[in-house]
Design a binder for this molecule. Sequence first.
Ligand SMILES: [Zn+2]
Length: 279
Amino acid sequence: MPPHWWGEDLQIRERRELPTPASKTSQALREALKTLVEPLQSQAHRVAIASTGIIREGNLLAINPRNLGGLLHFPLVQTLEDLTGLPTLAINDAQAAAWAEYHALNEDTRDMVFITVSTGVGGGVVSDGKLVTGIGGLAGHLGHTLADPNGPVCGCGRVGCVEAIASGRGIAAAAQGSLAGCDAKTIFSHAAEGDEQASRLIADSAQVLARLIADTKAITDCQRVVVGGSVGLAQGYLAQVRACLERMPPGLSRRIKHGILPPRRGTAGRGIVSARREG
Ligand SMILES: [Zn+2]
């Protein structure tokens, strides 16, 4: 959980980092947030927080409540407002990244979908120039759409989600034999050296992502799909996704591009500062 202090010039002024508390209790999280924001609050005018999970009316939730343990319904906005006395906005991290990427597009696009392929798979939808968070905060959770009804069980509890196959965690979990226990980064390096199993695992991920992009295009008719995240931006990955898309009808496969923002670098702050400046 790294907070940043952003200036109006979109530059990070200061960065601090703490591991998410292992105990997963509200008290531990509140203490960790306090440690992080206290030294920054006198210099800030507002707080924006991007968090994994579903943000509903300022509270933290999950598709599968079991994943959050004691943090379910944690009052994220209220806690930060109490700690800092500053107006606070909370948003899902992938939705925040989508908003930041949308503002970085620099083109006449009103409808964009951002998909981040990293440890998990997340996303965000911008429709007619507005970020769609959904009435319950769920909009854009593209990683939990179905990729394979006979696939592995996802962290959310559903069988065969996109995330269970395409994400870094999914790639690593499917590794066997000589690659068993390797993380996605290591599997990518093995693939670059020509390892057959590693290449197949990455190709499976790219194939699943390409199908998700085509589905997303069919559902939203977006003008752009932007792919980010540490897997999404890994060398050669998007080229594989594009190759899969080229085998589909052209109407479902055009206008795909790399995200330009480095993964997990204060995207909420960047999105909010740039939205204020431009809108
Ligand atoms: Zn899922």
